[in-house]
Design a protein around this ligand. Structure first.
Ligand SMILES: Nc1ncnc2c1ncn2[C@@H]1O[C@H](COP(=O)(O)OP(=O)(O)OP(=O)(O)O)[C@@H](O)[C@H]1O
Ligand SMILES: [Mg+2]
Length: 277
């Protein structure tokens, strides 16, 4: 064990760890090939995705951008196994989920994916702790382990001490952090976030991006995030732009903004910003 960590210090690749520079060699966790999605409502057909191919590797942090109606949420729903493509192939962490039944999709979703939606989707009459425990109920995690993991996740997002507050007793940023904690508890391979900063002010948005950057860098969680804001996309490592159901641009961000550093430069929040009751 000690020898392994010694070798790691000298050469991370020697013990099979992926160095950041070798990210292009990391294994694909999302492989999408010529995907189509057609929504049918009565006689009306909407061709929401028109032949999308995309590979995302382990440890990437990707922003999905594009105008309203361009297919971003449709893409996220398919990546998250909430919906299935009309045509095309989707391989999630080595599993061909395009052929999966509804139950099989629910199962892989519970084990591999954490969701953070705009508007938080928290249960309002339920404490932060219970909200965070919810995905573990579906996954049949025993009570004690559930509490333990929920406390840990809330602590990781800076909400220790607020476990028993209901969502309406928390600020928007704090509610979003509860949603992030909830997305973490089943130890997902991937976090999917659809406009996670959509309702938040600048400072709170940076705080949320700081948490995502930390989870990505320190835990190696792959993150795919939809945003309308270029500023927010600049905290990620890659931007994929949709238009009319197709990918129009796909580019790397060589020097992402560092949310942690930026927060240090901002004036401290005023007293009542963070402690609304
Ligand atoms: N359940 C549905 N039934 C029918 N049409 C749908 C459905 N969901 C989405 N659409 C249509 O598919 C297209 C893509 O929608 P989608 O929600 O993916 O866009 P988006 O890029 O997420 O937009 P926004 O930025 O506004 O969230 C749109 O024309 C939309 O009206
Ligand atoms: Mg959308």
């Amino acid at each position: 064990m000690q020898l392994t960590s010694a070798i790691k210090e000298i050469n991370p690749e020697a013990v099979g760890e992926t160095a950041p520079s070798a990210q292009s060699e990391a294994k694909p966790v999302i492989e999408i090939d010529h995907l189509h999605k057609v929504y049918k409502t009565g006689d009306v057909e909407v061709h929401a995705l028109r032949g999308v191919s995309l590979t995302i590797r382990q440890g990437e942090f990707v922003a999905i951008m594009g105008t309203s109606g361009s297919g971003k949420s449709t893409m996220m729903n398919i990546i998250g196994c909430l919906d299935r493509p009309t045509r095309g192939k989707y391989i999630l962490d080595g599993h061909d989920v395009s052929a999966y039944s509804k139950d099989e999709r629910a199962d892989i979703r519970n084990h591999k994916i954490g969701f953070v939606f705009q508007g938080f989707n928290l249960l309002s009459r339920t404490s932060a702790l219970e909200n965070v425990e919810l995905p573990m109920l579906y996954a049949n995690v025993p009570t004690e382990e559930r509490h333990k993991r929920a406390y840990e996740a809330l602590t990781a997002v800076g909400l220790a001490g607020r476990e028993h507050n209901h969502p309406n007793q928390l600020s928007g940023g704090q509610q979003q952090r509860v949603a992030i904690a909830r997305s973490l508890v089943n130890q997902p391979t991937i976090i999917l976030a659809d406009e996670p900063t959509g309702n938040l002010d600048t400072r709170t948005s940076i705080e949320v991006m700081e948490i995502f950057q930390r989870l990505n860098r320190e835990k190696g969680i792959t993150i795919v995030l939809v945003t309308h804001e270029q500023d927010i996309a600049e905290y990620t490592g890659r931007v994929v732009v949709f238009r009319d159901g197709k990918i129009r641009r796909d580019y790397k961000i060589d020097e992402p903004r560092d949310a942690g550093e930026e927060l240090k430069q901002l004036p401290p929040p005023s007293d009542d910003d963070d402690e609304e009751e």
